[in-house]
Design a protein around this ligand. Structure first.
Ligand SMILES: [Zn+2]
Length: 154
């Protein structure tokens, strides 16, 4: 059973319960998915909201893991401006940081265990590597924006 946050073309939001994502696609294709408020059949998956508690239930992390939150249509200007500020803040924070690419997990761990002098680095980690680092208490944090490897920038 999966739950989708859906919204109709009038902006009503509601939850739809489906046996699987295929069920959702099939029912939507047959016009069986409609808005409970206005009956519109023009229903889309709603953009993923930040993981805030709803109706006393936390959205299970597994449901959003590995998925990119998307929005269809123009982004509200205040959101675009906030993202721009955040992107600039991230760029400033990384100015004195060294790109280590795929060696991020290995290098972070080496510093954590005192095997090499500490410095600020950034790079890429797989979800498994990131989970292992968190588990070991290595102080790492995901960056809000993707970072292009330096060799791709030039
Ligand atoms: Zn509606």
């Amino acid at each position: 059973m999966i739950v989708y946050d859906l919204s109709c073309d009038s902006g009503h939001r509601f939850e739809g319960w489906f046996g699987s994502s295929d069920d959702y696609a099939e029912q939507r294709g047959m016009g069986l998915v409609s808005c409970p408020q206005c009956g519109s059949g023009a229903v889309e998956k709603a953009p993923m909201a930040p993981a805030v508690p709803r109706k006393g239930n936390q959205i299970p992390a597994a449901r959003v893991q590995g998925k990119q939150a998307m929005t269809r249509g123009p982004m509200p200007p205040e959101v675009a401006a906030a993202l721009q500020n955040l992107a600039e803040a991230q760029a400033r924070a990384l100015k004195d940081s060294r790109w280590v690419g795929d060696r991020f997990a290995e290098q972070s761990r080496a510093m954590h265990y005192g095997e090499r002098p500490p410095e600020t680095i950034h790079g890429q980690a797989t979800p498994d590597e990131a989970a292992a680092l968190f588990e070991e208490g290595v102080p790492v944090a995901p960056l809000p924006f993707p970072v292009a490897p330096p060799e791709d920038v030039n």
